[in-house]
Structures are given as C-alpha cells and as structure tokens.
Design a protein around this ligand. Structure first.
Ligand SMILES: [Zn+2]
Ligand SMILES: [Zn+2]
Length: 250
C-alpha cells in the first residue's frame, strides 16, 4: 500500500474524505482521530482538549487577545462604543477542526458535522452558563437566496436542536430587507449593512442568547440584539460557535 502523502493530490483528497466520512459514521471512535472512545461522546479526550477553545477574549465582543489582559476588561473598541448586547459567549476560535466542521456544515450542508458542533455547543453551554440563566435562543433568518444556494439554514438547524437539548424556547428574527453579504466588508460597513435589518414579532423573555455560526465584528449580532430589545429582552448574550479576529473576515 502506498503512503497517503505520495499519492497524487486527487487520490490524497479522496482518502482524506473517506477517513473523515468513516470517522463520522463510526460510533465508538473519535470523529477527529479515529481512536477508540469511552461513553457516548463522539470525540476522544485528547482531541476534545486540543480543540481551539476560545479562552481569552473581550467579555463584550469576544475579540481574541492575550491571556495577560484581565478577563473582565473590555477591549478598546467596546470601551469607545459599547455593543448593543451585554456580553458574548463564543466557545471556539475559527481555526483547525472547528473551522473544518463549520465549513462542512455551512457550505456542504453536512449534518454529521452539524451534529458534532451541536454536541460541542451543548457541552460548552452547560459548563459556561448553568441551567436557568438564559431563557431563550434567538436566531436570525438567513438571506433567502443564500439559504437556497446552500440547501438549508444552518443556524436555525443548530438553534432548534440546542433549544431542545437545553430546554429553552426558540425565536427566529425575520429580515425587513435583503442585504448584500457581509463578507469582505469593513467593521463600519458591516454595521451599516445590517442596521435595523431584523425584527422579532413576539415578546421575548428577559434573558436571551443570540446564536450565529461565526462571529466576526459582531455587526449581525448587534442588529439582532437591538431587534430583541424592542421585544422586551433586558439581558442579551451574543452567542456564536466560533470567533474570527475582527480584521480577518471570512
Ligand atoms: Zn481523537
Ligand atoms: Zn470588545
């Protein structure tokens, strides 16, 4: 048998794809490295520990920063202009295995990748918030054109299942108008692009968790937050699976 690295790129990609598919499909084996696992978690302890956990961040906008900065000190952007939400909760950095899972989930509609992300988010939520703190999850309606392109709305898929697992209510904000994609836009342009774009049509409980897949500048989550305030949300946590540094839009 030839070593994987000596195969032409096409063959190598096929083997990598088969490995990944096999890992997703094999209960009892880690979804990342195929090592045997204990219990019903789809990952091994080592891979779980080595995931790009987002442990050092601005408490308001989750901008990554060195661990030497005190945890409760807001970043320069938030000191100048506080975001509309009260805090953020983004357990991962958009890197390595997490970036891979999000891409497969978002662009290839890979439900198995979504299932792994769901389990990771539920576990991280339970460790971070404890039950009873957040009362509802709010997701934003995806641009209808983009939902059609991808075949499904990945944030709603994740939000629905998280709400069910965590025994929370789920609300979906709707779009008042269509907007160009946020990709490649600067921080102020992103903010302008989504200003007043969402609306929530029913009253909300006091503490809500907004949910997006990737948080970049937080502009989308800010627009969603201001829509939630109008429906009575007093404490808003901006949530996402993973954070990119603000300067590195995807
Ligand atoms: Zn593993
Ligand atoms: Zn900040």
């Amino acid at each position: 048998m030839r070593a994987v690295n000596s195969l032409p790129v096409k063959g190598r990609r096929l083997i990598e794809w088969l490995d990944r598919t096999l890992a997703w499909a094999m209960p009892g084996y880690c979804c990342f490295c195929l090592a045997g696992t204990l219990g019903d978690q789809p990952w091994c302890e080592r891979c779980f520990t080595e995931l790009p956990w987002h442990t050092s961040a601005c408490p308001l906008c989750s901008e990554p920063r060195p661990s030497s900065v005190p945890a409760d000190m807001p970043c320069g952007h938030c000191l100048k202009q506080r975001p509309d939400f009260d805090q953020s909760w983004v357990p991962f950095l958009y890197e390595d295995d997490i970036a891979g899972l999000i891409q497969r989930f978002k662009f290839n509609a890979d439900r198995r990748a979504g299932q792994i992300l769901l389990q990771l988010m539920v576990q991280a939520f339970r460790a971070r918030h404890g039950p009873g703190h957040v009362q509802a999850i709010v997701t934003a309606d995806l641009h209808p054109g983009r939902a059609r392109e991808r075949g499904f709305d990945q944030t709603l898929w994740l939000g629905r299942r998280m709400a069910r697992e965590l025994d929370l209510s789920l609300y979906q904000a709707t779009r008042r108008r269509l907007t160009p994609t946020q990709r490649g836009l600067s921080r102020p342009a992103r903010k302008r692009n989504v200003h007043h774009v969402y609306q929530v049509t029913s009253p909300l409980p006091a503490h809500v968790l907004l949910l997006d897949d990737v948080m970049t500048t937080g502009a989308t989550l800010e627009a969603l937050s201001s829509a939630c305030r109008k429906q009575g949300a007093a404490h808003v946590t901006a949530g996402a699976v993973a954070r990119t540094p603000a300067g590195r839009a995807i």
